[in-house]
Design a protein around this ligand. Structure first.
Ligand code: AMP
Length: 237
């Protein structure tokens, strides 16, 4: 399937059924704590395997921005880092994966996040592989808290691992660098606590099903990506 035309994150359908052979169905979950790099990896895998990236976080942010009825209901959850109600999230996923671009598989990013969601997913379909990014939580706090974003051109820096030449100023366009609200330490710690309490127990559930592979999240973007593609190649054989 590698090299097939991809589908973008918004679900716009650039991927047609003719692109896939009958045996190329692939359903993946990218799993792990917040700020572990799920989105970055999912975007790349989505291109490589021609699978739509189905990100609940992106779908919810879009609903909030458009002020849809779901967006209005869910906004306060996103603002505080709490998980939205299972029934709303499951409904959102069901609608998204029933679109034509998901007919030959998809890559779930940020779903499931509770045991209730995992149970509903089990009723819906079989997942081929769960890619579980394992990373030490303190290094995630450091990574998120040190992140600085250019207000103008969206370039991303890190005060320790990738600092700008002049503190607080974008190398590329000279604009001010800011820390996003959801990268503030208290918010990051709260999201990790929510992950630990409600989402991490799903790992055991996947282990029992036998479809999970641990990925060492400390290996950098390239190292993580190559572990993931190696695991995917095994299930595609
Ligand atoms: P993310 O970008 O995946 O970190 O998601 C951002 C926010 O959207 C989360 O902090 C939750 O408030 C909400 N959210 C995303 N996915 C889910 C989910 N599967 N279940 C409940 N809430 C979710």
């Amino acid at each position: 399937m590698a090299g097939m035309p991809g589908s973008d994150r918004s679900g716009n359908d650039k991927y047609t059924l003719e692109d896939a052979s009958a045996d190329s169905m692939l359903k993946l979950i990218i799993f792990g704590p917040p700020s572990a790099g799920k989105g970055t990896q999912a975007q790349r895998l989505s291109k490589e395997y021609g699978l739509p990236q189905v990100s609940t976080g992106d779908l919810l942010r879009e609903a909030v921005a458009k002020k849809t009825p779901l967006g209005v209901k869910i906004k306060s959850y996103l603002d505080t880092g709490r998980l939205g109600p299972d029934d709303l999230i499951v409904q959102l996923i069901k609608e998204r994966v029933s679109k034509p671009d998901c007919a030959k598989g998809y890559l779930l990013d940020g779903f499931p996040r509770t045991m209730g969601q995992a149970t509903e997913l089990d009723k819906m379909t079989d997942i081929d592989l769960v890619l579980n990014i394992v990373v030490d939580h303190e290094s995630l706090v450091e990574r998120a808290v040190g992140r600085r974003i250019c207000m103008k051109c969206n370039s991303v820096y890190n005060v320790t691992s990738n600092p700008p030449k002049k503190a607080g100023v974008c190398d590329k366009c000279g604009s001010e660098l800011i820390q996003r609200d959801d990268d503030k330490e208290a918010t990051v710690r709260n999201r990790l606590k929510v992950y630990q309490e409600q989402t991490a127990p799903l790992i055991e559930h996947f282990r029992k099903k036998g479809n999970i592979v641990d990925i060492d999240g400390s290996k950098g973007i390239e190292g993580v990506y190559s572990q993931m593609t190696a695991a995917i190649e095994k299930v595609r054989k």
